[in-house]
Design a protein around this ligand. Structure first.
Ligand SMILES: [Zn+2]
Length: 121
């Protein structure tokens, strides 16, 4: 089981989009259920955006709305939800790619079999 200290070390990499897919999934799953870590994450955003006008300018509009209202728990909620959707989409794309590869492999095996049948029977 992963502990809160490890998760809290991932806050900055998560905010910067530097986590691997697996770590990001773990991070989001933990924060969905852990009040302490969520609070840590909120504090990170308060420090990062609450005091830094320049950082805010680079944000997508839907995030700016939360900062304008000083709703950092809403911002964290939104970020976690977005990340969940993003990782789920990547997982789906990966699954689709694997299915395509499997299909190509099956076609190759079938072609090979047909070739053998034609050659030797
Ligand atoms: Zn925690």
């Amino acid at each position: 089981m992963i502990d809160c200290k490890q998760i809290q070390k991932m806050i900055v990499p998560f905010a910067k989009g530097e986590l691997t897919l697996k770590s990001e999934e773990m991070f989001v799953k933990h924060l969905m259920n852990c009040h302490d870590c969520r609070e840590e994450f909120e504090i990170y955003y308060i420090v990062e955006y609450g005091l830094n006008e320049r950082e805010i300018k680079g944000l997508p509009g839907k995030y700016k709305r939360f900062i304008k209202d000083y709703d950092f728990s809403g911002l964290v909620e939104e970020k976690l939800k977005d990340s969940e959707i993003k990782t789920a989409n990547i997982r789906r794309a990966e699954h689709f790619m694997r299915m395509c590869l499997l299909f190509v492999n099956i076609c190759m095996v079938l072609t090979f079999l047909v070739l053998m049948i034609i050659l030797y029977f």
